[in-house]
Design a protein around this ligand. Structure first.
Ligand code: ZN
Length: 464
């Protein structure tokens, strides 16, 4: 598989450190609110990368943190008149509720800053002992000048950056690009005891500490939104490599921005949506399908039209699944005929196509196209004369590919016996051309919330 590495700025063949194993870290949310639609993109996209690795036989260690100490959390706790930890605990629960709705699998671990305070303090202490960090009035800063390759990920002109940073520079810092590792306590804020007095960690340090704690000094993959490249990921590299003396990350993977109606999303423009807002209008799977319908590195535009077209696309795939279920409920022939064997083998070309797309820097857009082509052929090939084995095999292939993207796992449920009897009775009435009775039964079913549709593949039902 090829992945675009932000560090080398090219697609590279992915070769993990240890055979059949992937060590992967994704920056998680700061838990002071429901997460917004822009954050949903990396969570969904990298969930698919993980699923694809697992599909192709890798064991994946997947770490995604919760930032549960932060200025925004403290501000929100003051506004709401509760403790900072009440805010973070609440929004961690809300994160999981929305992540579940979006079909995002749980990480192997979801570490929190507050549960790693000793490790964070020790890490900063080592940086200070090695001469990479210095203290100023209870704050501790990373000395970016001491780390010779600072700026290598973002490819910034460090002199220009230094001049820019100096304009607004806090005069306690030695260099404009130095960043805070530990912040001295301010009145009313949560704090921890440390060698530099009471305080709390800066933001960047947590990811270096938690990623190396769970995955070791060098990670295969570190992923996140491209807005995190500078300074967050740049700072993670400096801290981690200064601490371990080893390369920190082998492949840096970043997803593109999300725009709302072709505009940058911002609270001031009033086009700021949380996933929770959108879940009131659309199923989580529709949001997921929408996110995967573009290549993860391209910008994606979120609009009502596009999310509705995602809804229709997904509905079409569900129709294929439901057709197969319907045929499986009614057909009687067992094993595949020779023609069916040939037909089934011909469908395998879509699996090849799907994997080629995914192997090309996780091109989920082309992966979805391959699934649509497969669905189209299935609709042509599967009918009431198909054998059970053929239908089973075709359905398994279809769902296997959809599952890699985390799609089509919803079941419409089964009918109770009484309703099934009514549908059978109506079928019988239609065969006898007793249209009045058939229509009466249809109306009765509708009262029970079941809509019938007569299709070339037979009668299909759905819930109102
Ligand atoms: Zn991070």
């Amino acid at each position: 598989m090829k992945l675009y590495n932000s560090m080398t700025r090219q697609k590279e063949e992915f070769v993990p450190m240890n055979e059949n194993e992937v060590k992967m870290y994704v920056c998680g949310p700061t838990v002071y609110n429901y997460f917004h639609i822009g954050n949903a993109r990396p969570f969904i996209v990298f969930d698919v990368l993980r699923r694809y690795f697992e599909y192709t036989g890798y064991k994946v260690d997947y770490i995604q943190n919760f930032t549960d100490v932060d200025d925004k959390i403290i501000k929100k706790s003051i506004e709401d008149g509760v403790t900072a930890s009440e805010i973070s605990e609440k929004y961690i629960k809300e994160y999981f509720q929305d992540a579940d709705a979006l079909g995002i699998n749980r990480a192997t671990h979801h570490p929190k800053v507050t549960e790693n305070m000793d490790e964070i303090i020790n890490f900063i202490k080592v940086l200070q002992d090695k001469g990479y960090a210095y203290e100023r009035q209870g704050d501790v800063y990373f000395d970016s000048e001491k780390f010779a390759t600072y700026g290598k990920l973002s490819g910034q002109d460090m002199d220009a950056l230094e001049v820019g940073a100096r304009i607004e520079m806090d005069n306690r810092k030695k260099n404009g690009t130095d960043f805070v590792l530990w912040k001295a306590k301010k009145e009313g804020e949560p704090y921890w005891e440390s060698p530099w007095g009471q305080g709390r960690p800066g933001w960047h340090i947590e990811c270096s500490v938690m990623s190396t704690k769970y995955l070791g000094d060098t990670l295969d993959i570190h992923a996140g939104g491209q807005d995190l490249i500078f300074p967050h990921h740049e700072n993670e590299i400096a801290q981690s490599e200064a601490y371990t003396g080893k390369p920190y990350v082998r492949y840096w993977i970043h997803n593109g921005y999300i725009n709302i109606d072709n505009q940058k999303m911002s609270k001031s423009k009033g086009n700021f949506f949380t996933v929770r807002d959108i879940l009131k209008l659309y199923d989580g799977e529709v949001i997921r399908f929408f996110m995967l319908s573009a290549h993860y590195r391209n910008p994606i535009n979120f609009s009502k039209d596009l999310i509705e077209s995602a809804q229709h696309g997904l509905d079409r795939l569900y129709t294929t699944k439901e057709n197969l279920d319907h045929l499986l409920e009614h057909n009687r022939v067992g094993s595949m005929s020779e023609d069916e064997t040939i037909a089934y083998e011909s469908l395998m070309k879509y699996k090849v196509k799907f994997m080629e797309a995914m192997n090309d820097d996780l091109n989920t857009a082309d992966g979805i196209s391959a699934i649509f082509e497969l669905a189209k052929d299935i609709n042509k090939l599967a009918n009431e004369d198909s054998s059970t084995d053929f239908l089973d095999n075709v359905k398994a292939l279809f769902l296997e590919l959809a599952e890699v993207l985390g799609l089509l796992s919803r079941d419409k449920g089964s009918l109770d016996d009484e309703i099934e009897n009514l549908i059978a009775k109506r079928d019988e009435a239609r065969r006898q051309k007793n249209w009045a009775q058939a229509d009466a039964i249809r109306d009765e079913l509708l009262k029970n919330g079941i809509v019938l549709e007569d299709t070339p593949q037979g009668v299909k039902w759905s819930r109102v």
